[in-house]
Structure formats: structure tokens, C-alpha cells
Design a protein around this ligand. Structure first.
Ligand code: NAD
Ligand code: ZN
Ligand code: ZN
Length: 449
């Protein structure tokens, strides 16, 4: 049995905490039609996890209002995130067959419970990827990703010494909520977790406030990029790309981005000031660390940002250790970051790490005074008003990373292409039958079937 499902069984034996004030494990309205499905019997298309490396577009019941602060959204836009690949690969634990994926989405309010304030039918909104109650210790500080009342998973609590908030489409480890890669989605505490989109911000720009824009902003400001800093970024995916843009906005003098494929040229084409390192073409005897020292006055960058993840091994030893379950995450990138930055440099981890790692260079960290910061699942609510304003003012443009508009019907192919980095796919916008025609400046529809 895969690790992911074994963990779900362990958690079933342990039982949930009693902290959550919203129902857990509704990852598909079909799990209990009488309680979770719309009484009309209407079905919808939804992308479901069906086992390691398998996703499937299925007809499933449309969700209904279950709790009085629920909102049912007609989804008009969603996307695929690097985090979805961790679910696809089974490296995030506690997935179950039939779980609906997707944590970045926008849509139109279709119906809501009696307790929802400030939203009307027809409002155009974007959801945060995390489900926050809006009222607990962390929510009061806008640290919405750490809400204490939306995830009662005991395994997460045991492993981490605390839990994160519940998340859409992100396993039972984070509460078990159906995601938005679907035609409809149920949003608990809809008045907290939905942000209205003004008429001058089309869905194609507003959607990414759900996650990637807020996450990249958090990575940069939480790690602490300051004026004049030299910043090195691992990973030229959507998160790494937006971190490059946001580092410059926060005053970085140089940004060096590290990856091994066409995405380096893609990011450079958007921000010509960016410097790149293709680690796959470094001559033997040259490491990412030695290259960065050479490029930055022998000492290395001030700041390092991790925008990759712990599941991708570089060398054989971590490859086997991961495969044999001797660790859940490779320490290779974090070690590169630690050894690359100058003494007392700062390293921030935004790429997903699940559990435990071997061969961590704690000596360099201690002796050279390196500040290693877990950026956390990004607290979207802390930033989304400010970031929306920046989009309205034209200071940031999420469309810089969007290479494809695709249809939900082609989701399975889109997952494969995004995973393999084929077809020049950096970030997609997924339309449904409810979407408006493509906004100006956004890519035209591309079908894969
Ligand atoms: N903390 C949060 O709140 C949060 C939110 C969203 C995404 N994330 C995570 O951020 C990470 C990046 O997301 P994304 O959507 O850009 O993912 P992505 O998978 O599209 O991009 C990752 C990039 O890293 C590159 N890469 C792989 N190994 C590398 C290495 N050894 N050195 C340098 N680059 C390497 C890949 O080629 C790829 O281009 C993912 O782990 C994702 O789960 C975190
Ligand atoms: Zn994400
Ligand atoms: Zn809360």
C-alpha cells in the first residue's frame, strides 16, 4: 500500500482532534450524497485523485450548502500548482481515491448559507487556498494558513507539533476538503475565504491571488529581501518566477535563478535583468555553490529562496533514501542554499517539505550564522488586499507567468504536460463552461484532445 494511503489509515485509528468547527473529510460530495450533494441530483465535472500518478476527470455530484457559512461557487477559473504534483506523486500523505483536487480557483457566487455576510449571488470572487475561520488566535493576526479551527488531523499535529489550516483539494492531512478543479466548489466560511474581484481585474489576473502571487510575496518578504540584496532562487517554475519579480520590487540589486530547463530562458525573457544558472550544464567540479560564490564576490548571495520542493532528489544517495522511505525529503537544495549564501545570510523555504531529511548541513548553518526560515504555507489573507491593489495599479502582472488557457475537459493531459514541463507550460488558466471569454492579454484557448 502506498505511504499516502497507509498514513490515512493510521490517522483513522488515531481519530481526529475536536478543534475543527467545520466538517472534515468532504473531499467529494459523493462520499455522502444525502449530506453533501445538491438535492437536484445535478452532476459536475471534477478532477479526482485516483492513486499515485493517476488523476481522472469524473462526473460527481454537485456540492450543496452543508454549514451556514458555506458558499457554493460556480468555478470560472482554476489552475495547476507545483503543489498538485506532490499530490500526484503521492508524496503528500493521506490522499484517498476520489478526492477532488485544486486549491487555486475563482468563480461566481451561486448560493450560500444563512450565516454568510457581505456576499451576494453573482459576485465574482477568488478563494484563498487555505480555509480559515477568521476568528481564532492566528486568524486574528491574518496568519490564515495556520488557522486553528479548520483542520483536526491528529497525524499532522503529532508530526509537526501543531497543525496548519484546512486546505482545498490538499489531502485529508489538511482537513479533507474538495478542491476547485471542478465546475462547482463548496467554500466553508465563504465570507472569510473569498475576496471580491473588482471589475478592472479580470479572472485571468485575480485567480492567482489564491496562492502563487501571495505565496511568492510571502517567500520574499518573510525571508527578508532588502534593498541592495543579491537574491538566489532555486526553481524557475511559477513560484520562482514571481519571487524574481517580487525580489526586484523589494529592492534586490541582482536576482540569480537556478534550474535545469527552458524555464530559465522563459523567466529571463520576462525580466532581462535576471541571471541564470543551469545546474545540468555546470562543468564537472563546479557545483551550484561554487558557481554562486564565483558570481557574487566570492562570498555568495545575501538571500536564498527555495521554490522547488523536497521530493526531487539530485544525487543517487537521496534518490535511494527517498525511494526506500529512509527520509521523506532530500536536503540537497537546502544544503546548497546554506553553503551558497554569505555568512549570516538568509534562506527561506517555500517549496513543500513533508517530513524528515538526512545529511542536513547543520554545521555550516551553525558556524556561519545562517538564518534558515520556513516560510510556511503562505498566509494569503495577510497579503491579498495589498496584492490586489498592486494588480489594479499595474505594479504586478500575474499574466507574465500564464502561458496557456486550457479547458477543464483536458485536465488529465494538462497535469501530464505540467509535470513533464512540456509544451512550454509555465502556468495555466483552466476554463469551465461558466468562464467568460478570455480577457485581453491572456492566452487563447489551447485544446489537448
Ligand atoms: N508554501 C506555500 O504556501 C506554497 C504555495 C504554493 C506552492 N508551493 C510550493 O512551491 C514549490 C514551487 O511551486 P511551482 O508551482 O513553481 O512548482 P513547479 O514544480 O512548477 O516548479 C519547480 C521547478 O523546480 C525545478 N527544480 C527541480 N529540481 C531542482 C533543483 N535541484 N534545483 C533547482 N531547480 C530545481 C524544476 O525544474 C521546476 O522548474 C512547490 O514545491 C510547491 O508545492 C508552496
Ligand atoms: Zn499551490
Ligand atoms: Zn482561524
Amino acid at each position: 500500500m502506498a505511504l499516502s494511503q497507509a498514513a490515512a489509515l493510521v490517522e483513522k485509528v488515531l481519530g481526529h482532534n475536536d478543534n475543527a468547527i467545520t466538517e472534515q473529510d468532504i473531499t467529494n460530495p459523493g462520499r455522502d450524497r444525502a449530506k453533501y450533494a445538491d438535492p437536484s441530483g445535478e452532476t459536475m465535472k471534477a478532477l479526482c485523485w485516483m492513486g499515485k500518478n493517476t488523476v481522472k476527470l469524473m462526473d460527481v455530484p454537485k456540492p450543496r450548502v452543508v454549514e451556514d457559512r458555506d458558499v457554493i461557487l460556480k468555478v470560472t477559473g482554476s489552475t495547476v500548482c507545483g503543489s498538485d504534483l506532490h499530490l500526484l506523486h503521492g508524496s503528500v500523505i493521506e490522499m484517498e481515491k476520489g478526492d477532488i483536487l485544486g486549491h487555486e480557483f475563482c468563480g461566481v457566487v451561486e448560493s450560500y448559507g444563512a450565516g454568510v455576510k457581505g456576499l451576494e449571488k453573482g459576485d465574482r470572487v477568488v478563494a484563498s487556498f487555505q480555509i480559515a475561520c477568521g476568528d481564532c488566535y492566528y486568524c486574528k493576526q491574518k496568519l490564515s494558513s495556520q488557522c486553528e479551527r479548520t483542520n483536526s488531523n491528529t497525524l499532522e499535529h503529532g508530526m509537526y507539533g501543531g497543525t496548519t489550516a484546512g486546505m482545498f483539494g490538499y489531502s485529508h492531512f489538511t482537513g479533507g476538503f474538495a478542491g476547485g478543479q471542478a465546475e462547482y466548489v463548496r467554500v466553508p466560511f465563504g465570507d472569510v475565504n473569498l475576496l471580491k474581484l473588482p471589475s478592472d481585474v479580470p479572472d485571468e489576473k485575480g485567480l492567482y491571488l489564491s496562492d502563487v502571487i501571495a505565496t511568492s510575496w510571502n517567500c520574499v518578504v518573510d525571508t527578508g529581501v532588502e534593498k541592495g540584496d543579491v537574491v538566489a532562487i532555486w526553481g524557475a517554475g511559477p513560484i520562482g518566477q514571481m519571487c524574481a519579480e517580487f525580489s526586484f520590487i523589494n529592492g534586490a540589486s541582482r536576482v540569480i535563478i537556478i534550474d535545469s530547463n527552458w524555464r530559465l530562458d522563459f523567466v529571463k525573457s520576462k525580466y532581462p535583468k535576471v541571471e541564470t544558472i543551469d545546474y545540468s550544464t555546470l562543468p564537472s567540479g563546479t557545483s551550484v555553490t561554487s558557481k554562486l560564490k564565483e558570481m557574487v564576490d566570492g562570498r555568495g548571495p545575501d538571500v536564498a529562496l527555495e521554490c522547488v520542493a523536497g521530493e526531487y532528489a539530485k544525487g543517487w544517495s537521496h534518490y535511494f533514501e527517498l525511494m526506500l522511505g529512509l527520509e521523506t525529503d532530500s536536503s540537497e537544495i537546502v544544503n546548497e542554499m546554506i553553503t551558497s549564501v554569505k555568512n549570516f545570510g538568509r534562506c527561506g523555504i517555500t517549496g513543500v517539505y513533508v517530513g524528515f531529511t538526512n545529511h542536513f548541513n547543520i554545521g555550516s548553518l551553525m558556524e556561519r550564522g545562517i538564518r534558515l526560515i520556513g516560510n510556511g504555507q503562505a498566509p494569503v489573507h495577510k497579503y491579498w488586499h495589498e496584492l490586489l491593489k498592486m494588480i489594479q495599479e499595474g505594479k504586478i502582472d500575474p499574466l507574465q507567468m500564464v502561458t496557456h488557457r486550457v479547458d477543464i475537459e483536458d485536465m488529465v493531459e494538462v497535469y501530464q504536460k505540467f509535470e513533464k514541463k512540456e509544451d512550454g507550460m509555465q502556468k495555466v488558466y483552466v476554463q469551465t463552461k461558466f468562464s467568460a471569454p478570455a480577457a485581453s492579454g491572456s492566452p487563447a484557448l489551447k485544446r489537448f484532445n
